[in-house]
Design a protein around this ligand. Structure first.
Ligand SMILES: Nc1ncnc2c1ncn2[C@@H]1O[C@H](COP(=O)(O)OP(=O)(O)OP(=O)(O)O)[C@@H](O)[C@H]1O
Length: 249
């Protein structure tokens, strides 16, 4: 049985069918990219995996446990960099340890030394060790996103979910940030699922791919199977050549 198992997951918002009978299994340590147009259901799927949204029917399990609410062992990276502007990169990374720190200790930012080491290790993973003491509002968007990744790593997750983690970045920063996510996952054998809408980046970093269209899982496979026809099926009428970049004929 897979580490993550989604069985016939359906999500309706009134008349909107955000997910339709989605099933898949993911093994521990896999690096999965979820592809699909805006509105295809990628965020809904990630939110269900994270316990932030409940499916209308069907179920999801992680490591054999049915997901029924927020889990501390699932780290999440979002499109916007939800970092605390006034704090340093190091203090932001440390907030990933809040779930295992008492309220009083967190109030005075008194973290365990193991957590402090974890924060430094995470900043090293994302290439920001030398910038650890810099305030994040003095950092670039790409650096802020890397701080967000470091915070998710300090949480010591078993599963990392990233919802369009590079959508608001320029192409160079997007590539760099995806590289750091990939390194972090490889170093920690961390099962990772990232939604991306850029086909070229997906092909560069993805190992396994889930293709969503109108709430349905229309593709589940590996890079050699991600052909132009499959891309067309996921994205419908391709409007620009750019989206095809890197797609195999
Ligand atoms: N809370 C909500 N209430 C009502 N409809 C919603 C809600 N969340 C998502 N939807 C709808 O469900 C569908 C799937 O949305 P979802 O955000 O999962 O897609 P997506 O592939 O992540 O797109 P995007 O990349 O634009 O976020 C869309 O039609 C969306 O409008």
């Amino acid at each position: 049985m897979g580490y993550i198992v989604a069985e016939n997951v359906t999500k309706r918002y009134g008349d909107i069918h955000a997910l339709k009978d989605v099933s898949f299994e993911i093994d521990e340590g896999e690096f999965v990219v979820i592809l699909g147009q805006s509105g295809a259901g990628k965020s809904t799927l990630l939110r269900i995996l994270n316990g932030l949204t409940t499916p209308t029917s069907g179920s999801v399990s992680i490591g054999g446990d049915t997901v029924s609410g927020r889990r501390n062992d699932v780290g999440m990276v979002f499109q916007q960099h939800y970092v605390i502007d006034q704090l340093s990169a190091y203090d932001n990374a440390l907030t990933g340890a809040l779930n295992r720190t008492s309220f009083l200790k967190s109030l005075f930012r008194m973290y365990d030394s193991a957590d402090k080491r974890e924060a430094l290790r995470a900043l090293e993973t994302v290439g920001l060790l030398e910038e650890a003491s810099q305030r994040v509002d003095h950092m670039s968007g790409g650096q802020q996103q890397r701080v967000g990744i470091a915070r998710a790593l300090v949480q010591k997750p078993q599963l990392l979910l990233a919802d369009e983690p590079v959508a608001s970045l320029d192409p160079g920063s997007a590539e760099s940030v995806m590289g750091y996510i990939k390194t972090a996952a490889a170093e920690r054998n961390l099962t990772t699922m990232a939604s991306l809408h850029q086909v070229n980046l997906s092909r560069q970093f993805g190992e396994r791919f889930l293709g969503m269209r109108d709430g349905e899982l229309v593709f589940d496979g590996y890079i050699d199977d991600l052909t132009t026809d499959v891309i067309d099926e996921i994205y419908g009428d391709i409007e620009t050549e750019a989206i095809r970049t890197g797609a195999k004929a």
